[in-house]
Design a protein around this ligand. Structure first.
Ligand code: ZN
Length: 302
């Protein structure tokens, strides 16, 4: 009998559930679209069905547990999402307990970026270290912190909201109520917004990257500005945690060569410990899979 765990990652556009064994081998994967427009009940039913399909296939014996990963601020104690821009219908709803009841099994709920950090620590870029900080650069910016091999959750489970640390004191207003949050200045959305200001119309971060590759100076400046904001955040994180490894993930890291020089220069300028130690800043390895693997690892991480 193979011991396995079920992870479910409720992403922005799709939902994936997988059976993964203790060594990190994926045994079975179910994917589906996330039907946000259909409302909460449809999303809940999709999640229950995906997990049930995987469990029926693998058999209930050997199942170590079920981990579910969703975006947003999560109150771990209550098992609810407090703030979730992508899926407002799930806010303040007892997701964990409802899933648990319908599946007749315990469910562990976690934030997507925290889970991604856990996934990278387990079988990704962070397997050789005990401390790491992960930033996921996407529509917003998520963060996950692993300290001494364990996820840092904070007293309510809201630690690691690194996209909302201030990098521009009176910068752009953010949905969280603050101004100048990292995610307003360094996410894929921020890159599009900067491009719009420079007259590029509705260019995606990927299109801005293509322009930078083609030699467009203004496009390159956008990435330099994004790198600067990331560097400010990085310096703070290095000063706070002195972790040996900082990982970046998300589609935007394809533009690494355009933002990394400004990011590393800024971090060097602002952090003594970054300047004087062998602190690594690298691309995460698991890409979009990190959250799913992290979700599956949750029952073993307890
Ligand atoms: Zn914010």
């Amino acid at each position: 009998m193979t011991e396995y765990s079920i992870g479910l990652d409720l992403g922005g556009t799709n939902l994936r559930a997988a059976a993964i064994d203790r060594e990190g081998k994926m045994l079975h994967l179910v994917t589906g679209r996330t039907q946000y427009s259909e409302g909460r009940d449809a999303i809940m039913t999709d999640m229950v069905e995906a997990i049930t399909t995987v469990r029926d296939r693998q058999g209930a014996t050997g199942l170590a547990g079920i981990g579910v990963v969703v975006p947003g601020f999560i109150s771990l104690e209550e098992g609810v999402v407090r703030n979730c821009n992508n899926i407002p219908s799930l806010e303040d709803f007892p997701i964990r307990d409802q899933l648990s009841q319908r599946l007749n099994a315990a469910v562990i709920l976690e934030n997507d970026a925290n889970a991604a950090a856990l996934g990278e620590k387990w079988i990704g870029a962070g397997r050789d270290v005990n401390d790491l900080v992960l930033l996921t650069l996407g529509t917003g910016i998520g963060g996950g912190i692993i300290c001494d091999g364990k996820m840092v959750r904070g007293f309510m489970g809201m630690a690691g909201e690194l996209g909302h640390i201030t990098v521009v004191p009176n910068g752009l207003p953010c949905g969280c109520g603050n101004r100048g949050c990292l995610e307003k200045h360094a996410s894929a959305t921020a890159i599009s917004a900067m491009a719009r200001l420079l007259g590029y119309g509705d260019a995606t971060a990927k299109q801005v990257h293509e322009r930078a590759v083609a030699g467009d100076e203004r496009a390159r400046e956008i990435f330099a500005s994004m790198g600067e904001s990331l560097g400010i955040a990085l310096a703070m994180l290095v000063n706070a945690f002195n972790a040996p490894l900082y990982l970046l993930s998300g589609g935007v890291i394809g533009a690494w060569d355009f933002f990394a020089p400004a990011m590393l220069a800024e971090a060097r300028r602002r952090s003594f410990s970054f300047r004087t130690t062998n602190t690594r800043v690298e691309k995460a390895k698991l890409g979009g899979e990190a959250g799913l693997f992290g979700a599956a690892y949750l029952p073993w991480a307890k």
